[in-house]
Design a protein. Structure first.
Length: 391
């Protein structure tokens, strides 16, 4: 298998022809589509489908990117399926509303089972040694991951490494947040999961990304590229460069390199295709300070308030749908309605809140924002290292 090569391919619209040409070029740059699938192999496509929102909102991997990747791989004679676990509700209905199912049906790509899981022991993981993985992600010869470039409340940015989390079925993703509330430990778990699943290739939809209050409530932003790589750490490193962020701000990159998943050292990444400098957006709206971590359960509530970011509901935007309450993984829940009639928005009990930000992630109205206390905001802002040292 090749080294840490990342193909950067310009693509400015979701027009079918342009996306198809960009995917074809990306495959050529990275070694040809035949290097990733062969006649009769069962390959699972893993797009990022957080929720069944329309493609225009740019929350999920765009159906045209999914379709172009599918068509390219079908040319090898591989048998494709697809899946993701949105963590709440039926994957099929999310896939339909996200526009992925229509493209998959047209191409004869079946939905894999991402609702049921099987336990797998994996000693090669740096922390968690046992995962329950979606049956569909296990019963295949290989996975091709198709992440989306977006901001993320817990992990700052969500890219290639984080996309594999959708191979954990259903509500088990929430259980992971309860079990591993510390974002650095969470990042280590994600690295272990990627080492276990070993997707053959990662293809990032960075044509239109999401900035601000992502991963669901942010704003679409034209980025204009696709990234392709076998190395998810290298791919996420180039993603960081495109937004002017020091790649080492993301613990997934740091642990990814430490535990042998890939490299976040720009001098060890070979860039192919278009120069990343063409796409860099230093004003990309995101939090650029290191992620706050700490002994959450041992500090006093006063210190917690001073140090740790917390989710807050903007009352005027809340439509009282209750999704945030349903998705909150703690028991008892850390936010609830004061009255049965839902006359007012849900109310937080921060003492119980583990800061997983699942509520912020899922709110359909962008009504939940993450407030960072003064001390957290005063932390050193990491310098941007856009393209320094790239080969
Ligand atoms: S998910 Fe958002 S809109 Fe729905 S109740 Fe919670 S805060 Fe309000
Ligand atoms: S209130 Fe939100 S951030 Fe806190 S535990 Fe529940 S889902 Fe996570």
């Amino acid at each position: 298998m090749g080294g840490s090569k990342v193909a950067v391919v310009s693509c400015t619209t979701y027009g079918k022809k342009e996306v198809e040409a960009a995917v074809k070029r990306g495959f050529e740059l990275i070694g040809g589509v035949a290097a990733f699938a062969a006649q009769g192999e069962r390959i699972v496509l893993k797009p990022n489908v957080l929720w069944g929102d329309s493609p225009e909102k740019c929350i999920n991997t765009h159906p045209e990117v999914f379709g172009a990747v599918g068509r390219a791989l079908q040319g090898t004679g591989a048998v494709l399926s697809y899946g993701d676990s949105p963590g709440f509700g039926k994957p099929e209905s999310h896939m339909r509303r996200a526009g992925i199912k229509a493209v998959a049906d047209e191409l004869g790509i079946g939905l894999a089972d991402f609702e049921n899981g099987r336990e797998v022991e994996f000693s090669g993981s740096p922390s968690v040694k046992k995962f329950t993985v979606a049956v569909g992600a296990l019963e295949c010869n290989g996975i091709v991951s198709i992440p989306k470039l977006k901001t993320h409340g817990l992990m700052r940015l969500t890219g290639a490494i984080k996309n594999s989390f959708g191979c954990i079925p259903g509500m088990l993703t929430h259980a992971f947040h309860v079990r591993i509330p510390n974002p650095y430990d969470f990042a280590k778990m994600l690295v272990g999961l990627n080492l276990l699943l070993k997707p053959r290739l990662y293809i990032m939809d960075g044509i239109v990304g999401m900035e601000g209050n992502g991963p669901r409530g942010g704003n679409p932003v034209d980025m204009g590229f696709l990234l392709l790589s076998r190395d998810p750490v290298a791919l996420d490193t180039v993603m960081c460069m495109s937004v002017g962020l020091d790649p080492k701000i993301l613990p997934t990159n740091v642990f990814g390199m430490e535990y042998g998943l890939g490299t976040c050292d720009p001098s060890k990444i070979e860039m192919l295709g278009d120069p990343i400098e063409r796409f860099v957006k230093p004003d990309f709206d995101m939090v650029r300070t290191p992620i706050v971590s700490g002994p959450r359960y041992r500090v006093s509530s006063v210190l917690k308030r001073l140090l740790y970011p917390r989710p807050v509901i903007i009352e005027g935007r809340c439509v009282r749908c209750g999704t945030c309450v349903e998705v909150c993984p703690t028991d008892p829940k850390a936010l609830s309605y004061k009255t049965k009639g839902r006359e007012t928005p849900p109310v937080y009990q921060y003492k119980r809140c583990i800061r997983c930000f699942c509520c912020q992630e899922i709110c359909p109205e962008s009504a939940i924002v993450i407030k960072r206390p003064l001390l957290a905001r005063m932390r050193r802002r990491a310098p941007a290292k856009a393209t320094v040292g790239l080969k």
